[in-house]
Design a protein around this ligand. Structure first.
Ligand code: MSP
Length: 525
């Protein structure tokens, strides 16, 4: 039976201008989704936009438009971003869609119908007097706040808070503490990286307060079933997108039955608590299974500075792609920083990786080998001939690469997956230098044939494995090795689908441009 894999990005606040942080979360998911598809999994990859709540209602009012018309317009920005970055999501959800209203009301009803582990109602009506940060769409208690220079109260995230006093339904989160701790205990990899897991466990161990899950002072949201004066708290509505995407409330058949529980919710570290505490508690409250994993990645700064609209240093991912190239940006973002850590975007670091690792190491390797085949072997794959022990060891390393990359991807260590591939790129460059096939052309053409064959076969492995990270460049390399489109999955790695001697190859051309004098240079050497 085909194994399935369901992964999601956060849904993005529809009123924000898409920036590098948004692109990063989706890119990580995209690389993983592509990897899993190539590895034979039936993948569902969901992304979308978070369109309800006070923050969006306020932006719409500021723009002088009705919220629906406003969100219809701005949600397009995120679909454009997904197209510009060549994301391969299977579904794009908008929380203003009818299917989502149905799912949100259904989960509310399921939670409200259930009892907490302490035997009392999961949801009860009371009144919320307290602090609320519209920017985070989050409630804060007094002891979490600091006072800014202007005397205003500030949340730990830096967002301003305002005093809110209104009738509200509460979710009895306090009663779910032990169940959550048991769940974390039984599923040690539920939250990754480990340091983030420890933070969450210590937060929950410290005790949980009941959570306000409805608002009455504005209308832009999903009505609470049975009490239309209330709309659902935007985070309960937003988190539900992950099950709307698989057809909830239909649970017995269809996509929910196939894909839930999700294998991975990818999120930034700022929204981990919502995903690793509230969401599993809501799901358990509704009698549904929690997801298998939440991975919290780090945040990017720009040349050492926090990225913010007010500082005017927001990085537009589309501009970045225009400047350096899509595959280059994809590679940089996933290679530069151990996934999970914070990272800094610096022009020089981008150029160093683009010129050093892509153009010089990988690009040059492919160019040298393919040009030599073109020149010295009449453009046909050479005969492998007699292999030495060293040759076999070299090829064996290429065959073993998928295992290493798979292990890294299993724990979302994208940087390690790429490092394993680059260790092979470096080994191949060392092999070519050591064997000097340009000398063998005259001295020992048969040996030259063997060396070029092994290198071409290694490049086939490299190009198949770099597809999830750099889809375009990898496809162009595979075209140059005449690898048929249906022979590019990981099942085709290894000797059974090896290049065939005598096969004609197209004329080689460079696929990794250098960045010189302020712009992308001509591709190739
Ligand atoms: N709408 C909520 C998510 C609801 S999911 C049920 C939200 N949206 S967001 O648009 O503000 O953020 C989306 C993602 O972008 C988050 O995972 C966040 O961590 C990420 N990033 C925003 N700025 C970032 C950086 N500077 N660097 C890396 N990622 C950051 O939160």
């Amino acid at each position: 039976m085909t194994q399935r894999y369901y992964l999601t990005t956060p849904i993005y606040y529809v009123n924000d201008d898409p920036h590098i942080g948004h692109a990063y979360t989706t890119l990580a998911c995209d690389a993983l989704a592509r990897f899993k598809r190539l590895d034979g999994f039936d993948v569902k990859f969901l992304t979308g936009t978070d369109e309800h709540g006070q923050k969006v209602a306020k932006s719409a009012a500021d723009a002088g438009v009705d919220p629906k018309a406003f969100t219809d317009r701005v949600s397009q920005n995120f679909r454009d971003l997904a197209d510009a970055l060549n994301f391969s999501h299977d579904d794009f959800i908008r929380t203003t869609e009818d299917r989502h209203k149905t799912a949100s009301q259904a989960i509310w009803k399921a939670i409200a119908a259930g009892k907490s582990p302490k035997g009392n109602d999961n949801i009860y009506l009371a009144s919320y007097p307290g602090w609320y940060a519209v920017r985070d769409e989050a409630f804060y208690s007094e002891d979490e706040l600091t006072t800014g220079a202007d005397g205003k109260k500030i949340a730990p995230s830096g967002a301003e808070v305002e005093w809110v006093e209104e009738p509200s339904y509460f979710f009895r989160l306090s009663a779910w503490q032990d169940r959550l701790l048991e769940f974390y205990d039984a599923n040690p990899d539920f939250i990754l990286p480990k340091t983030r897991r420890n933070e969450v466990v210590s937060f929950v161990s410290g005790g949980l307060k009941d959570l306000s899950v409805s608002r009455t002072t504005f209308k832009w949201g999903v009505p609470v079933p049975g009490d239309e004066d209330h709309i659902m708290y935007v985070w309960l509505d937003a988190l539900t997108n992950y099950i709307t995407g698989v057809g909830f409330p239909e649970t017995d058949s269809g996509e929910y039955a196939t894909f839930w529980p999700a294998d991975l919710h990818m999120v930034g570290k700022d929204i981990l608590r919502f995903h690793a505490v509230y969401w599993p508690a809501f799901l358990m409250g509704a009698g549904l299974a929690p997801p298998r994993r939440v991975f919290a990645h780090g945040w990017w700064t720009n040349e050492g500075q926090k990225i913010s609209k007010s500082l005017g240093n927001v990085i537009d991912p589309v501009e970045l792609v225009d400047k350096y190239g899509l595959d280059q940006v994809r590679y940089f973002l996933l290679r530069e920083v151990p996934f999970g850590n914070d990272g800094d975007f610096a022009h020089q670091a981008m150029v160093n990786r683009m010129n050093g690792e892509l153009a010089n190491d990988y690009g040059n390797l492919a160019q040298r080998v393919l040009s030599m085949i073109n020149k010295n072997c009449q453009g046909k794959v050479s005969e492998p001939g007699n292999m030495t022990g060293d040759d076999e060891g070299f090829l064996g390393t290429a065959h073993g690469l998928i295992g290493q990359v798979r292990d890294a991807m299993e724990v979302q260590a994208f940087h390690e997956g790429l490092e394993a591939v680059w260790a092979m790129v470096r080994a191949a460059n060392a092999y070519i230098d050591g064997q000097a096939p340009w000398k063998l052309a005259k001295e020992d053409p048969a040996r030259m044939g063997t060396v070029l064959y092994l290198l071409a076969e290694t490049i086939r492995h490299l190009a198949i494995l770099t597809q999830p990270f750099m889809p375009d460049a990898s496809a162009r390399l595979l075209d140059q090795l005449a690898v048929p489109e249906d022979a590019r999955t990981f099942a085709c790695l290894g000797p059974d689908h090896a290049l065939k001697a005598g096969m004609e190859l197209p004329k080689p051309e460079g696929v990794f441009p250098r960045y010189e004098n302020g712009e992308k240079a001509e591709e190739g050497d």
